[in-house]
Design a binder for this molecule. Sequence first.
Ligand SMILES: Nc1ncnc2c1ncn2[C@@H]1O[C@H](COP(=O)(O)OP(=O)(O)OP(=O)(O)O)[C@@H](O)[C@H]1O
Length: 289
Amino acid sequence: MESEQQPILRFNHVSKTFAAKDKSAAGHTVLSDLSITLYPGMVVGLLGQNGAGKSTLMRCALGIIDIDQGDILTLGETPAALSIQAKERIGYVPQQPFGYEGFTIDKALELHRSFYPNWDMTLEKDWLERFDLDVTQAVQKLSVGQRQSLALIMAMAYRPSLLLLDEPVASLDPIARRKFMSDLFDLALDSGSAVLFSSHITSDLERVASHVALIKKGQLVLFKEIDALREEVKLLSINDGTTLPSSYKILSQSGLNMLVDTQGDSTVITGVQSAKAVNLEQLFMELHR
Ligand SMILES: Nc1ncnc2c1ncn2[C@@H]1O[C@H](COP(=O)(O)OP(=O)(O)OP(=O)(O)O)[C@@H](O)[C@H]1O
């Protein structure tokens, strides 16, 4: 199904190294040979430790940061030369939303919506109510969570084809978070959009994402449908000398315990004492032991 659709965002063997301050020192490689493709309707949760490269990946997709190797296509275009038409179809909420200080919420929205011909006033109104925002309030007086809620409305009310959300819900209370997350999924499905969002809250990710992309030190360790995760990623305890099928990808190993991606291979293997499914949090912990 996926191959028949045009990708919304494609990272193809992308690498990025930031130069060291001291020109003679080696640079810091933040993304390494990373490939992911997002198709319409995909909600991809990006998981990784602090500094793993999640924000950098999003900034590269927007052309804010240049890459060193590989290529990226954002709505079919090169990020460094995105057309206005493409920009009108992208929503982005950075980790620390900024801008519109000195405006009230309604004035800020009035200006912001003027940039987007497809702005949906009903959606705006709905989300203002959901987040319980008073439009007469000054933007600079909003709490961090309220500021984040406003940034989300500003990024989503024009139903962008591509939505990049960098820890969008970190400052939202659990009720606002839950509402936002389920709506996010519906919105993506309704509008045929693709969403890439980073979060450290694995339960949110499990609830709302269709896929998970796990990044460790700039490398993509796993990219999988959430539903396939429980079936295909296993914590194995094996006997010494056990040979695993070549289709298995070993994600981490500690003695005779290993975390593997069976990649759908259901061959029965002798020598495996136990094979346990893992949830996202367990997977994350195992990978970073
Ligand atoms: N402009 C820059 N110049 C130099 N180094 C940078 C730059 N931007 C990011 N980095 C470095 O790249 C690494 C990855 O940063 P990034 O913000 O992408 O991580 P992250 O996965 O989003 O982390 P977090 O979960 O803490 O938000 C970090 O070590 C950071 O210091």
